[in-house]
Every structure is written in structure tokens, then in C-alpha cells.
Ligand binder design. Structure first.
Ligand code: 4NP
Length: 152
């Protein structure tokens, strides 16, 4: 089992977190860092769905492989992952509310590794919002890996 197991969390698990999962895995691969990455949502509305078409086309445009089926957070995630990274403060509050007493994962805003900024929800906006999420995921992936594994 990899020492670094990271779960990226947003609301629906169809826009931000599947992109974050794909980008973090790709950045880690390019840096030679061994990592397990998954994503989920705090809500179950979209469980079983593929990522939003705008997330898929943005990843494809940047040659980042993406393949995910949406799922909701579950209790075992809090012990199976080393880091649980929330896209925004609302997601973080929900995670803090449901986290079990035996949680071993670090549960934090992903932005806490860079600038404390949330990843804004792009669902009701246009394609440019998805490109912005992508650029943010690249920066967040690099700063996260810098902090947890050092410059590689
Ligand atoms: P995500 O975006 O949390 O980045 O996956 C959303 C997807 C769906 C909804 C909200 C946000 N929704 O309300 O259905």
C-alpha cells in the first residue's frame, strides 16, 4: 500500500474533485511520487455518474487521463486515506461534522497547502470556470507534494 493516500472532496464529485484527483495523480506521476488518489462528494446526488463533460474536456485538452465514477464519502475513508482534502469551506465543514472519532486522516482545505483559497464551484458557469479549476488544481497539486514529500 502506498504511504500517501489522498482523497479529494467536493460537493457532487462530478466537477472539481474528479479533476483534482486526475491532476494530482498526473502531477505525482510526472514527479515520480508514489501515491494513491481518489475523489468523492459530500453529497450523493450524482453517485454512479461519470464526471461532468466540461471536466472531461478540460482534462483531455491538457492530456490528463480521467476516469471516475462519482461516489459519496463513507466512514471508512477517514481511516483509509492519509489526507482528505476539501475543495471549499462548505465541504470542509461537512467533513468535520461527519468525521468519526477514530479518524486518522488529516482533514484540511486543499488550499491550506498554498493560499487558503477555496476552489470555486464551476457547475453553474461556463467553460472558463473549468479551466480556472484546472489551473488551480495544478498549483494545489504541486504545493501539496512540495509540502508532504519535499521537492522531488
Ligand atoms: P462539484 O460541482 O461539487 O465540483 O462536483 C457540483 C456538481 C453538482 C452540483 C453542485 C456542484 N449540484 O448541485 O448538482
Amino acid at each position: 500500500m502506498s504511504d500517501l493516500r489522498v482523497l479529494i472532496v467536493c460537493l457532487g464529485n462530478i466537477c472539481r474533485s474528479p479533476m483534482g484527483e486526475s491532476v494530482l495523480r498526473d502531477v505525482a506521476l510526472k514527479r515520480g511520487v508514489s501515491i494513491v488518489v481518489d475523489s468523492c462528494g459530500t453529497a450523493a446526488y450524482h453517485a454512479g455518474e461519470d464526471p461532468d463533460g466540461r471536466t472531461v474536456s478540460t482534462c483531455k485538452k491538457h492530456n490528463v487521463p480521467i476516469n471516475h465514477s462519482a461516489r459519496q464519502i463513507q466512514t471508512s475513508d477517514f481511516t483509509e486515506f492519509t489526507h482528505i482534502l476539501a475543495a471549499d469551506e462548505s465541504n470542509l465543514r461537512n467533513l468535520e461534522r461527519i468525521k468519526p472519532k477514530n479518524t486518522t486522516a488529516e482533514v484540511q482545505l486543499w488550499g491550506s497547502y498554498l493560499d487558503n483559497k477555496p476552489i470555486p464551484d464551476p457547475y453553474y458557469g461556463g467553460m472558463n470556470g473549468f479551466e480556472e479549476v484546472y489551473q488551480q488544481c495544478i498549483a494545489l497539486s504541486n504545493s501539496f507534494l512540495d509540502k508532504v514529500v519535499g521537492e522531488t
